[in-house]
Design a protein around this ligand. Structure first.
Ligand code: NIG
Ligand code: FE
Length: 415
C-alpha cells in the first residue's frame, strides 16, 4: 500500500475507537498504542499500527514521540453572534447575577441587539475567526447554535451563516436552532406566543436543512418545563432531534425533561436533582457538562459529574463558547477545569471530548475516533501522554491539526 500521508513515531496513540457512547465507569478505561503510526489515504484513515510496520507514503509526518489523538469534538457552542460583552464584566464583578443582567435587557438580549444590526458577511467573518481559533486548539468538529436573533429574520440569518461557515471552513459544523434562547422584550408578557412564532420556523428550517437539532433554554425567568415540553414536542414532530439547556442555574427539572423527551443531550445539568441524575443514567440522553460556564459565572455549582458516572451516565464536556457566560474557544482549558472542579480523570475527560461529544451531536459514526475508514481528523500534541493535557492548563498544546487528511494548523517556532 502507498498511502497519501503516514504519521510515524507516535509516542502514544489514543484511537478512542469504541462503540459509543461510553458510559459510567467505562469512561475510565482507556487503551493506548505506543510507538504507533497512522496512515491516511483519500482523506480517510487507511491503516493503524506500529511505526516499524508503517506503509510507505507520499508524505511522512514524524510525530517525534508525541501524543496523537482524534480531533476534538466541541458539542455545544453559540458560534454566531454580533458584538461582545466585555462591558458587562464590571457588573459581574459587582456580583450582579447572570439572570438579573438578562432581566435588565443586557446579557443575551444585548448580543441579540448586536446580532440584529450585523450584516451576514460580518457575522460570517467573525464566525470563521472563532472557527480558526478552535481549529488551532485541536477541534475538528463543532456544534453551533443560533439564538441571538429571537425574531424570524435574524434567526434565519444566523442559521444561514452557520451553513455558509460549514461550506467555507474546513471544520465540520453541526447546526442547532436555539430560537427559544430568551424572551425578547416585545413578547415579555406572552412567552407562549413567542414560542409559537419560533416553532412557525420549524418547517422552513427543515426544508432548507438549516439545522439538525432544536434547543431551548429551560430556566427560571426564561422558559418553563411545560413550555419547553410543548415546544420540543413540536420540534420532534417536524423530525428534529432535541437538546435542552437544562438545570444550569435553578433546578427546574430540565434534566428529567431531557430524558422524557428522548433528547440527544441535556446540557449544563449543573444543578440537576438526584432524580434527574438517576433518570439520565438510565437513558440514552448524553449529559453535556459545561464547567467553564460555572467558572466564568463565578459560581461553585459544578455539575456532579462523578455521581453521574457512578450511576452509568454517558458524559461529554464542552466550552459553551459564547460572548456572555463562557468566552473561550479553548476546549483544552475546559479539560483542565473538568479535572480540577468536576474531579474527572484524564481518561474520562478524553472520552468526554471525543467519542461521547461526537455522539452528543449525532456524529458518532463520523467523528471522535481514529478508525480505519473514518475521516482522518487527527491531532499531534506537544505532550508525552494523554494525562499531560488537562495537567498543564490554560495554554494551547496542539502541535499539528489534521482535518480530512490535510494539515490545517502547525505550531510555528519563533526562534
Ligand atoms: O449556555 N444559558 C444560556 N445560554 C448560554 C449563554 C448565552 C449568553 O450569555 O450569551 C449558555 O450559558
Ligand atoms: Fe449554551
Amino acid at each position: 500500500m502507498q498511502a497519501d500521508v503516514v504519521i510515524t513515531n507516535i509516542g502514544q496513540l489514543l484511537t478512542m475507537n469504541k462503540q459509543g457512547p461510553v458510559r459510567g465507569k467505562d469512561m475510565n478505561e482507556l487503551e493506548t498504542i505506543e510507538n504507533a503510526a497512522v496512515a491516511i489515504q483519500e482523506r480517510k484513515v487507511a491503516w493503524i499500527g506500529k511505526t516499524a510496520e508503517a506503509p510507505a507514503a507520499e508524505k511522512t509526518i514524524d510525530a517525534g514521540g508525541k501524543l496523537v489523538t482524534p480531533g476534538l469534538v466541541e458539542p455545544h457552542t453559540h458560534l454566531v453572534f454580533g458584538g461582545s460583552r466585555e462591558k458587562e464584566m464590571a457588573m459581574k464583578q459587582a456580583g450582579v447575577p447572570y439572570l438579573e443582567i438578562l432581566e435588565k435587557g443586557g446579557g443575551i438580549l444585548s448580543t441579540v441587539r448586536a446580532t440584529k444590526e450585523a450584516q451576514s458577511g460580518e457575522l460570517l467573518e467573525k464566525a470563521l475567526f472563532h472557527l480558526d481559533r478552535m481549529a488551532m486548539h485541536g477541534i475538528t468538529t463543532v456544534e453551533a447554535k443560533s439564538g441571538y436573533g429571537l425574531d424570524k429574520e435574524t434567526e434565519l440569518k444566523q442559521l444561514n451563516v452557520v451553513k455558509q461557515a460549514n461550506e467555507s471552513h474546513p471544520l465540520d459544523i453541526v447546526s442547532t436552532f436555539l430560537g427559544a434562547h430568551a424572551i425578547p422584550p416585545e413578547y415579555k408578557d406572552d412567552p407562549e406566543a413567542f414560542l409559537d412564532s419560533m416553532s412557525d420556523l420549524f418547517a422552513e428550517i427543515r426544508e432548507k436543512d438549516l439545522a439538525r437539532f432544536v434547543d431551548i433554554f429551560t430556566e427560571k425567568g426564561v422558559f418553563t418545563v411545560d413550555q419547553s415540553r410543548r415546544y420540543l414536542q413540536k420540534a420532534k414532530e417536524h423530525g428534529f432531534g432535541v437538546k435542552i439547556h437544562a438545570d444550569e442555574i435553578h433546578p427546574l427539572g430540565g434534566t428529567e425533561l431531557a430524558v422524557e423527551m428522548g433528547a440527544i443531550s441535556g446540557d449544563h445539568l449543573a444543578v440537576a436533582s438526584d432524580e434527574g441524575i438517576r433518570q439520565l443514567a438510565d437513558s440514552d440522553t448524553i449529559g453535556v457538562i459545561l464547567p467553564g460556564t460555572i467558572f466564568y459565572l463565578g459560581k461553585d455549582s459544578y455539575a456532579p459529574a462523578c455521581k453521574m458516572m457512578d450511576q452509568r451516565a454517558a458524559l461529554a464536556i464542552s466550552t459553551d463558547f459564547n460572548p456572555g457566560s463562557s468566552v473561550t474557544e479553548n476546549l483544552q482549558l475546559i479539560m483542565s477545569i473538568a479535572a480540577l472542579k468536576l474531579k474527572m480523570t484524564p481518561a474520562e475527560i478524553w472520552h468526554a471530548v471525543t467519542v461521547n461529544a461526537a455522539h452528543a451531536i449525532g456524529e458518532g459514526d463520523n467523528a471522535g475516533t481514529i478508525a480505519v475508514g473514518r475521516r482522518a481528523d487527527v491531532v499531534i500534541w506537544d505532550a508525552p501522554n494523554y494525562m499531560y493535557i488537562p495537567y498543564h492548563y490554560g495554554v494551547n498544546h496542539a502541535n499539528t491539526v489534521i482535518k480530512n487528511g490535510a494539515v490545517l494548523y502547525e505550531r510555528q517556532e519563533i526562534r
